[in-house]
Design a protein around this ligand. Structure first.
Ligand SMILES: Nc1ncnc2c1ncn2[C@@H]1O[C@H](COP(=O)(O)OP(=O)(O)O)[C@@H](O)[C@H]1O
Ligand SMILES: [Mg+2]
Length: 234
């Protein structure tokens, strides 16, 4: 579905990614792992068009999206949940979702229907629609960020560290929701994640980055946590 080929990107004159290639098969969940600062967020941002690749190519179902703007990539089927889950803190949960519905690529009615499905996935969020987003817990804010991304009915979801700063009892709810989206809805997902066990339970494939390069990749099936730990210690 998504193919990244020899991508180089960074900030200003600083190059962060050096010829990264990876693939997300149809319906697959691929996790991207690696220590802090290796370029995971930069990779996701380059996939989304938040920053531009200075070299290489990104294709979605064979269509070249390398030079597309982010909003065009949303129309093409990508959605992005940024690290830190940025929402409008002074707006209510409902208003945060409404903003996206009004710009939904498939129209307001389709956006509303997608939101209803997303709220079925996160029933707690439905009870919090009137709450100011700035007063949500970490887990609730993450659920809001994922629900907001689902409003555009993506075919590929980019999730950057969804468990960061979230208490264990809530992590399981997020895990179940991600598993449901991938297994039942067939949504392809790129998951950046430091919590290795979480990532390996969800993913069919993994990619390990180090210093802006892919240093390991493969199927997660039969992979022992110990061997990934070794890879992450490179
Ligand atoms: N906005 C930015 N401007 C300049 N350098 C950045 C910016 N964001 C990240 N970097 C640098 O790019 C490198 C990779 O960062 P990042 O992709 O956020 O890593 P990760 O998500 O794996 O922790 C780091 O050295 C970081 O300092
Ligand atoms: Mg990051």
């Amino acid at each position: 579905m998504l193919r990244v080929e020899g991508v180089e990107s960074g900030y200003g004159r600083t190059t962060v990614l050096f010829g990264v290639s990876m693939e997300v098969p149809d319906d697959a969940l691929v996790c991207v792992m690696g220590r802090n600062g290796v370029g995971k967020t930069t990779l996701i941002k380059t996939m989304m068009g938040v920053i531009k690749a200075s070299r290489g190519r990104i294709t979605l179902d064979g269509r070249d999206i390398t030079d597309m703007r982010s909003y065009q990539r949303v129309r093409a089927g990508l959605a992005y949940v940024p690290q830190g889950r940025a929402s409008f803190p002074s707006l209510s949960v409902r208003e945060n979702l409404q903003v996206v519905i009004e710009t939904s690529p498939h129209g307001v009615a389709a956006g509303q229907a997608a939101l209803d499905e997303a709220l079925d996935l996160f029933p707690k969020l439905r009870k919090l629609l009137g709450r100011q987003a700035g007063f949500l817990s970490g887990g609730e804010a993450q659920q809001l960020a994922i629900a907001r991304a689902l409003v555009t009915r993506p075919r590929l979801l980019l999730l950057d560290e969804p468990t960061e700063g979230i208490q264990p009892s809530v992590i399981i709810e997020i895990e179940n929701a991600i598993a449901h989206l991938n297994a039942t809805n067939g949504l392809a997902i790129v998951l950046v994640e430091q919590y290795m066990e979480f990532a390996l339970r969800l993913a069919q494939r993994y990619v390990v980055l180090d210093a802006g390069r892919v240093v390991a990749e493969g199927a997660t099936e039969g992979l022992a946590n110990e061997s990934v730990r070794k890879l992450l210690a490179v």
